[in-house]
Design a protein around this ligand. Structure first.
Ligand code: HEC
Length: 138
Protein backbone atom coordinates (compact mmCIF):
# COMPACT_ATOMS: atom_id res chain seq x y z
CA UNK A 1 0.00 0.00 0.00
CA UNK A 2 1.49 3.37 -0.97
CA UNK A 3 1.93 5.87 1.83
CA UNK A 4 1.65 9.59 1.14
CA UNK A 5 3.71 11.81 3.40
CA UNK A 6 3.01 15.53 3.42
CA UNK A 7 6.44 17.09 3.62
CA UNK A 8 6.47 20.81 4.32
CA UNK A 9 9.75 22.28 3.15
CA UNK A 10 11.86 24.18 5.62
CA UNK A 11 11.53 27.36 3.54
CA UNK A 12 7.76 27.11 3.67
CA UNK A 13 7.84 26.55 7.41
CA UNK A 14 10.15 29.55 7.90
CA UNK A 15 7.74 31.63 5.81
CA UNK A 16 4.82 30.49 7.98
CA UNK A 17 6.68 31.36 11.20
CA UNK A 18 7.54 34.82 9.82
CA UNK A 19 3.89 35.43 8.93
CA UNK A 20 2.78 34.46 12.45
CA UNK A 21 5.39 36.76 13.98
CA UNK A 22 4.37 39.63 11.71
CA UNK A 23 0.76 39.18 12.75
CA UNK A 24 1.72 39.42 16.43
CA UNK A 25 4.01 42.40 15.82
CA UNK A 26 1.36 44.36 13.93
CA UNK A 27 -1.09 43.88 16.78
CA UNK A 28 1.61 45.18 19.12
CA UNK A 29 2.37 48.17 16.93
CA UNK A 30 -1.08 49.72 17.25
CA UNK A 31 -0.57 52.07 20.21
CA UNK A 32 -4.29 52.75 20.46
CA UNK A 33 -5.27 49.12 20.94
CA UNK A 34 -7.15 48.60 24.17
CA UNK A 35 -7.29 44.95 25.19
CA UNK A 36 -10.06 43.14 27.02
CA UNK A 37 -9.09 40.86 29.89
CA UNK A 38 -9.86 37.84 27.72
CA UNK A 39 -7.59 39.06 24.90
CA UNK A 40 -4.77 39.79 27.33
CA UNK A 41 -4.96 36.37 28.96
CA UNK A 42 -5.06 34.51 25.61
CA UNK A 43 -2.10 36.43 24.22
CA UNK A 44 -0.28 36.39 27.55
CA UNK A 45 -0.51 32.60 27.81
CA UNK A 46 1.37 32.28 24.51
CA UNK A 47 4.03 34.79 25.62
CA UNK A 48 4.34 32.95 28.94
CA UNK A 49 4.69 29.49 27.40
CA UNK A 50 7.36 30.77 25.00
CA UNK A 51 9.42 32.97 27.33
CA UNK A 52 8.74 32.12 30.95
CA UNK A 53 7.48 28.55 31.39
CA UNK A 54 10.96 27.06 30.94
CA UNK A 55 11.87 28.36 34.40
CA UNK A 56 8.58 29.22 36.12
CA UNK A 57 6.86 26.11 34.63
CA UNK A 58 3.49 25.91 32.85
CA UNK A 59 1.88 25.32 36.25
CA UNK A 60 3.35 28.55 37.66
CA UNK A 61 4.85 26.49 40.49
CA UNK A 62 8.45 27.19 39.37
CA UNK A 63 11.32 24.93 40.41
CA UNK A 64 12.22 26.20 43.88
CA UNK A 65 14.72 27.18 45.09
CA UNK A 66 16.20 28.04 41.65
CA UNK A 67 13.07 29.44 40.02
CA UNK A 68 10.34 30.87 42.25
CA UNK A 69 6.66 30.02 41.94
CA UNK A 70 4.51 32.73 40.39
CA UNK A 71 1.31 31.04 41.55
CA UNK A 72 0.68 32.78 44.86
CA UNK A 73 3.79 35.02 44.57
CA UNK A 74 3.61 38.24 46.61
CA UNK A 75 5.06 40.19 43.64
CA UNK A 76 2.47 38.80 41.22
CA UNK A 77 -0.37 39.39 43.67
CA UNK A 78 0.98 42.79 44.82
CA UNK A 79 0.89 46.24 43.13
CA UNK A 80 1.06 45.86 39.35
CA UNK A 81 3.78 48.53 38.94
CA UNK A 82 6.24 46.39 40.91
CA UNK A 83 5.28 43.25 38.96
CA UNK A 84 5.69 45.11 35.64
CA UNK A 85 9.05 46.54 36.73
CA UNK A 86 10.33 43.03 37.61
CA UNK A 87 9.52 41.78 34.11
CA UNK A 88 10.75 44.92 32.30
CA UNK A 89 14.02 45.28 34.21
CA UNK A 90 14.70 41.75 35.50
CA UNK A 91 16.67 41.15 38.69
CA UNK A 92 20.35 41.86 38.24
CA UNK A 93 22.66 39.08 39.38
CA UNK A 94 19.95 36.41 38.96
CA UNK A 95 18.61 34.27 36.11
CA UNK A 96 15.61 36.63 35.84
CA UNK A 97 16.42 38.59 32.68
CA UNK A 98 15.14 42.04 31.72
CA UNK A 99 12.44 41.29 29.15
CA UNK A 100 11.90 44.97 28.31
CA UNK A 101 14.34 44.81 25.42
CA UNK A 102 12.93 41.72 23.72
CA UNK A 103 9.18 41.94 24.32
CA UNK A 104 6.80 44.63 23.05
CA UNK A 105 4.61 46.72 25.34
CA UNK A 106 1.61 44.58 24.33
CA UNK A 107 3.48 41.34 25.07
CA UNK A 108 4.61 42.56 28.49
CA UNK A 109 1.12 43.83 29.35
CA UNK A 110 -0.33 40.47 28.25
CA UNK A 111 2.12 38.22 30.08
CA UNK A 112 1.79 40.22 33.31
CA UNK A 113 -2.02 40.16 33.00
CA UNK A 114 -1.82 36.41 32.35
CA UNK A 115 0.27 35.80 35.50
CA UNK A 116 -2.12 37.91 37.59
CA UNK A 117 -5.11 35.90 36.39
CA UNK A 118 -3.70 32.37 35.94
CA UNK A 119 -3.60 29.45 38.41
CA UNK A 120 -4.90 30.61 41.81
CA UNK A 121 -4.04 34.28 41.08
CA UNK A 122 -7.53 35.46 40.17
CA UNK A 123 -6.94 39.20 40.42
CA UNK A 124 -9.16 40.21 37.49
CA UNK A 125 -6.52 42.81 36.51
CA UNK A 126 -6.46 44.41 33.07
CA UNK A 127 -3.12 45.94 31.99
CA UNK A 128 -2.79 48.02 28.82
CA UNK A 129 0.35 48.49 26.68
CA UNK A 130 0.27 52.24 27.51
CA UNK A 131 0.92 51.38 31.19
CA UNK A 132 4.01 49.40 30.18
CA UNK A 133 5.23 52.23 27.97
CA UNK A 134 4.90 54.68 30.86
CA UNK A 135 7.07 52.49 33.10
CA UNK A 136 9.90 51.96 30.60
CA UNK A 137 13.15 53.52 31.71
CA UNK A 138 11.94 53.97 35.30
C1 HEC B 1 16.02 31.59 32.95
C2 HEC B 1 14.98 31.44 33.95
C3 HEC B 1 13.85 32.44 33.99
C4 HEC B 1 13.01 32.80 32.96
C5 HEC B 1 13.01 32.31 31.52
C6 HEC B 1 12.07 33.73 33.54
N1 HEC B 1 12.34 33.94 34.86
FE1 HEC B 1 11.26 35.10 36.11
N2 HEC B 1 12.54 34.66 37.63
C7 HEC B 1 13.65 33.82 37.53
C8 HEC B 1 14.38 33.84 38.80
C9 HEC B 1 15.66 33.07 39.12
C10 HEC B 1 13.66 34.70 39.66
C11 HEC B 1 14.02 35.09 41.09
C12 HEC B 1 15.03 36.23 41.05
C13 HEC B 1 15.51 36.60 42.44
O1 HEC B 1 16.22 35.79 43.02
O2 HEC B 1 15.14 37.68 42.93
C14 HEC B 1 12.51 35.18 38.90
C15 HEC B 1 11.55 36.04 39.40
C16 HEC B 1 10.41 36.43 38.73
C17 HEC B 1 9.34 37.22 39.31
C18 HEC B 1 9.25 37.67 40.76
C19 HEC B 1 8.67 36.52 41.57
C20 HEC B 1 8.75 36.73 43.05
O3 HEC B 1 7.83 36.26 43.76
O4 HEC B 1 9.73 37.33 43.53
C21 HEC B 1 8.40 37.42 38.33
C22 HEC B 1 7.10 38.18 38.44
C23 HEC B 1 8.92 36.79 37.13
N3 HEC B 1 10.13 36.20 37.41
C24 HEC B 1 8.28 36.81 35.92
C25 HEC B 1 8.80 36.25 34.75
C26 HEC B 1 8.19 36.41 33.45
C27 HEC B 1 6.93 37.18 33.14
C28 HEC B 1 8.98 35.72 32.58
C29 HEC B 1 8.80 35.58 31.09
C30 HEC B 1 8.58 36.80 30.31
C31 HEC B 1 10.08 35.14 33.35
N4 HEC B 1 9.93 35.50 34.65
C32 HEC B 1 11.06 34.35 32.80
C33 HEC B 1 14.00 33.08 36.42
C34 HEC B 1 13.42 33.16 35.18
Amino acid sequence: MPIVVDVVSEAKYTEWVAAQQKEMASAADDPNKVFTLDELVKRGEKVYMTNCAGCHQPTGKGLPPAFPALDGSAIVKGPKEKHLATVLNGRSGTAMAAFGAQLSDADIASVVAYERNAWSNKLNDVIQPAEVKALRGK
